[in-house]
Design a protein around this ligand. Sequence first.
Ligand SMILES: [Zn+2]
Ligand SMILES: [Zn+2]
Length: 213
Amino acid sequence: MEYKIISVTNFFQNCYLIWCKKTFNAALIDPGGEYKKILNLLKKYKLKIKKILITHCHLDHIGSAYTLSKILNVPILGPHRYDIFWLKNIELQNKLFNLPYCVFKDNIWLKNKQNISIGKINFKVYHCPGHTPGHIIFFNKSNRIIISGDIIFKNNIGRTDLPKSNFYVLKNSIKKIISLLKSKDIIILPGHGEKTTLYKEIKNNIYLKLKYE
Ligand SMILES: [Zn+2]
Ligand SMILES: [Zn+2]
């Protein structure tokens, strides 16, 4: 598996272009805006884009998904259906985040533990609510990589001050992932900021250490 990051929107959202080195089949994950910038990068690589994957329905992650799905003639997969709340409020999101309005429709909702393939690459979907109700992450076992969207970042976790977000639910989602994957040796590719590892976050991330009971 190979990947490139394209930073989009004022939120410096990490759109990931990932591809299979054997088949050159590829996917875009969270194309949050600036579709021309994304298309320009695609020109540099001879890849066959097959899918657009979405971790959650915040505007900085979905902004150019529908436009690109039409241009590239590919389906949009994700997130979990519980994020319909944010789609119903898509006009309000542009005021909330100060991002341009976008159309987002015809996506295929994904379920917990569903498998997605891109060439020879397999991703397992995990439903991880808390930042948004329908947030999902994508886990690639053979490369030990999580595409984590906005649930966890280097030394930080996703915002829980937004409507339908919940700190305790998010913390439980992260805990569940840590116990499910049973390994600290996993790279986290987050929706914003630098990559990190599960090991570093278990060791350093204050939000995972705080005790509440
Ligand atoms: Zn978000
Ligand atoms: Zn975000």
